[in-house]
Design a protein around this ligand. Structure first.
Ligand SMILES: Nc1ncnc2c1ncn2[C@@H]1O[C@H](COP(=O)(O)OP(=O)(O)OP(=O)(O)O)[C@@H](O)[C@H]1O
Length: 241
């Protein structure tokens, strides 16, 4: 495994064509697990997409592990990203989908193949490796996406509401798996989520995003334990804060 990496967004300004200005300035320590929470449309996915390289800022720079990656395309960044859905290619088997994490052309050597088999076992997919994604449950599909993260072996893992479509038992199982991956690989993890339980279960620090800005940062347990600024408590809703 590679070592975990710091993530720095320095004076980032970004807007979609015709959209409002977003401004992000943020430092994440190596190996940290950070939740990004805030209202729908506040910019959580955009923040992750900027780190991953799917969007480019108009101003400012992004450093990962001290290296300026601002102009690098996604595949040149030491980053893996898991989305809520559509992580998989529907015409490829589970094994091939995992293999893509190792080689986009699926030209795998023995060492790659071994890594794929080990990731399939690790995520409990050994007996489903030849299936197509359509023949899997939502939770199993997310496990395939995580198996691919394992074989990619990147220093940063970005999770964009990865559990949103799963029921309570599967959420718990996936969170445990992600926490295990973190323990094994010591990746830096950033997870966008609307679920306080998921943030509380996995993360140490919480970034509150509102209207394209970072409205506050604090320990997850404080933010979820009623010690958050009012704006965040409003977002959670009165019955939870
Ligand atoms: N590709 C795009 N083109 C134009 N505007 C976009 C695009 N993607 C997002 N936006 C807009 O940018 C803003 C931030 O969107 P973003 O997806 O980052 O929010 P979010 O906090 O992740 O929301 P949610 O919780 O609903 O997923 C929203 O106003 C959204 O409509």
């Amino acid at each position: 495994m590679t070592a975990p990496a710091t993530i720095e967004l320095r004076d980032i300004r970004f807007s979609y064509p015709g959209g409002a200005d977003m401004v992000f300035d943020l430092k994440i320590r190596a190996g940290e697990k950070v939740a990004v929470m805030g209202p729908s449309g506040s910019g959580k996915s955009t923040l992750l997409n900027l780190i991953a390289g799917f969007e480019r800022p108009q101003e400012g720079s992004i450093l990962i592990d001290g290296q300026d990656v601002t102009t690098l395309p996604p595949d040149k960044r030491p980053v893996s990203m898991v989305f809520q859905e559509n992580n998989l290619f529907s015409h490829l088997s589970v094994r091939q989908n995992v293999g893509l994490g190792r080689s986009p052309s699926l030209r795998l050597n023995d060492c790659d193949r071994q890594a794929v088999e080990s990731a399939l076992m690790r995520t409990g997919l050994g007996d489903k490796a030849d299936r197509l994604p359509a023949a899997l449950s939502g939770g199993e599909r997310q496990r395939v996406a995580l198996a691919r993260v394992l074989v990619r072996n990147r220093a940063v893992l970005l999770l964009d509401e990865p559990l949103a479509s799963l029921g309570p038992a599967l959420r718990e199982e996936m969170l445990a798996l992600i926490a295990d991956l973190h323990l094994e690989g010591k990746m830096t993890i950033v997870m966008a989520t609307h679920a306080p339980e998921d943030a509380g279960r996995l993360t140490d620090r919480l970034v509150h995003v509102a209207e394209g800005r970072i409205a506050g940062i604090g320990a997850t347990k404080d933010y979820l334990g009623g010690q958050a600024p009012e704006g965040f408590r409003d977002y959670l809703g009165k019955n939870r804060a």
